[in-house]
Ligand binder design. Structure first.
Ligand SMILES: O=P(O)(O)OP(=O)(O)OP(=O)(O)OC[C@H]1O[C@@H](n2cnc3c(O)ncnc32)[C@H](O)[C@@H]1O
Ligand SMILES: [Mg+2]
Length: 216
């Protein structure tokens, strides 16, 4: 494993060690599964935020990158290890980019319980109200951030995948909005695809490729 990360555009240009232990700063089981699969070839030992009992920070940023940064920085400070966070979401053209950074919140009820059918249904109803007969254009964004303990900096890597939305939802292999998203040039939804196929084209895989390119 190449253990140093070159400073990227948003960082300070310094080279920092990743070492052989990394916290995956997410409380989302679907993301954790995908990130663990993408990280496996690097031979880094990973700890999840859940197994370290880290709190879920309030996502007060205005961009995916800001939210990824704050999740990574908090997990690094609390664990004393480098931490990788992912902030991601679905952006629908007809909804001016919504739900975007509010993708998780669209699934939540008043008590904060998540129901993905509720979120997908809301997206589809709002699209129908705007463009009744179209296959709405949408994309997923993934911002990854790596932060180091008590460092105050994070390195960011962003990926995107374009596609269209479909109704009704299809497939149970993914998570979140996967059952209504058909990537461009394909017929299966992300929910119907095998995980390896999603990894060949996903927003998360693209962000991850950029991270790996910055390793030395
Ligand atoms: O913040 P953490 O703890 O990482 O977990 P989260 O579920 O709250 O994650 P986000 O704040 O990034 O919210 C983004 C939501 O967008 C959805 N999402 C992100 N990537 C996705 C993907 O690859 N497929 C389907 N839905 C996705 C997903 O369900 C998330 O809950
Ligand atoms: Mg979140």
């Amino acid at each position: 494993m190449r253990g140093y990360l070159r400073g990227a555009a948003q960082g300070d240009g310094q080279v920092r060690p990743i070492g052989d232990k990394l916290v995956i700063a997410t409380h989302n089981a679907g993301k954790l599964r995908e990130i663990a699969a993408l990280i496996e070839p690097l031979g880094i030992q990973c700890f999840s935020a859940k197994e370290l009992d880290l709190p879920e920070p309030e996502e007060i940023g205005n961009t995916f990158a800001d939210n990824a940064d704050l999740k990574a920085r908090e997990a690094a400070d609390l664990s004393g290890l480098p931490a990788l966070a992912d902030d991601s979401g679905l952006c629908v053209d007809a909804l001016h980019g919504a739900p975007g950074i509010f993708s998780a919140r669209w699934a939540e009820d008043e008590e904060g319980n998540r129901d993905w059918m509720r979120a997908m249904d809301r997206v589809w109803r709002e699209c129908e109200a705007t463009e009744p007969d179209a296959a709405p254009a949408a994309h997923f964004v993934c911002a990854l951030a790596i932060a180091w303990p008590n460092d105050g900096q994070a390195e960011n890597f962003e990926g995107r995948v374009d596609g269209t939305l479909t109704w009704p939802p299809r497939g149970e292999k993914g998570f979140g909005y996967d059952p209504i998203f058909v990537p461009a040039g394909h017929e299966l939804t992300f929910g119907e695809m095998e995980p390896d196929d999603k990894h060949r084209m996903s927003h998360r895989a693209e962000a991850f490729r950029k991270l790996v390119e910055a390793l030395q």
